[in-house]
Write a protein that binds this ligand. Sequence first.
Ligand code: F0G
Length: 466
Amino acid sequence: MKMPPEPYRIKSIEPIQLLDRAARDDRLVKAGYNIFGIASRDVFIDLLTDSGTSAMSDRQWAGLMIGDESYAGCRNYEHFIETVGALTGFAHIIPVHQGRVAENLLFSTILDEGDFVVSNTHFDTTRANVEHKGGIAIDLLTPKAKDLKSDFPFKGNIDLDALQKMLADHPGQVKVCVMTVTNNAAGGQPVAMANIKAAYDICGKYNVLLYFDAARFAENAYFIKQRETGYGNKTVREIAREMFTYGDGVLMSAKKDGLANMGGFLALNDTELAGKLTELLILVEGFRTYGGLAGRDLEVVARGLEEVTDEQYLRARTAQVAWLGEKIKELGIGIVEPTGGHAVFIDARTVFPEIPCRQFPGHTLVIELYRQGGIRAVEIGSLMFGHADAETGEFVPAPYELVRLAIPRRVYTESHLAYVVETLDHIRRHKETACGYELVYESKYLRHFTARLAPVAPVNEKLTAQ
Ligand code: F0G
């Protein structure tokens, strides 16, 4: 399997360095074995997230210089709303500084205590924002996604039968259905146009809003073009535009498919709701023509959104992710298949079957990636989603113990990814030296960001540095 050449060349570089093994061990101890606590200068290959980590184009950098930093009505806002309007077709566009603010504004405005929000899968900040407003977040992922190895092309879909039942059983209590495209928490898998359209029809029947969590809309549209009958001859832009017609609004983190380091927006047609959201925006984020952003940031997002639907770029990007997935599979390590748009999700139980879920085998793999290779990844398993049962207090594990290797856009080359594969091979061959972890400290919300952990058994000192 070959990676197509990237349709761009490197014009500016940022040095990275691999600390020696003793220093990496030291950083892990000091960070309480939490990868979020490690300074980025101490990371060699950073696959923690594809969010806010994109390399900007020369056109975007040039756009920074024409930032108009007036408080109200800057010219970059005009470019921003023109671009977002043309892309999404929505009338009201509200800039915010990142995606979770869009979530917070919407849920603060439309949710009452005890209301439901349904989704193909809520991303963790989305769920936290629903719950913070007293709402109940329900994931209705297609059962076809349960088999991590099946090659079903749209494992990000919502379960339409479950959606229909949920809305019929709880009349008036479900306020919004959030369609996450691609479905990050479910392996970065795409959602089919047919599924989106059917979900929109069901929501319409019960008077429930459908909003897109569109952080990775361009990758989703590219997969529709590749995999769904009837879309092969449409452009990604046309596909995205059609998709947005099957919804009432958009929550966007431009830190992903906006190809920007910061930014986001809400887009919708409902004038009354837009008015309420704007009032709150001014209170917590900034005036309506800048959200929490500088004029130059608005320009960068507008230009990023113009670039991200380029199909040569999307071809190279998705092929890079697929290549990494293929090489990991060749090591005999399980991944979520087929690979999605922005990341390879490793099934950590295939690497450490002997580590019980309560000792976070995904976290073990994350720690070993850093220890052995200076690579930073994120656990999406029982450390992120495991919890104590409300009645019995018993540990309830996450459905899967995944580790996400998220690929920043336009940042790493084939040799960087080959190094990641070599490191995984080393971990696999020396797995007896790894151990499980226990929590020493956890916060109430989003505990994985700030948790501190301790090894359950001392790490074998005989480990050799790579
Ligand atoms: N929705 C999805 C699907 C996301 O992946 C994220 C962020 C957000 C919303 C929130 O956006 O960060 O701009 O506030 N995902 C990052 C990640 C953090 O690593 O996947 P934000």
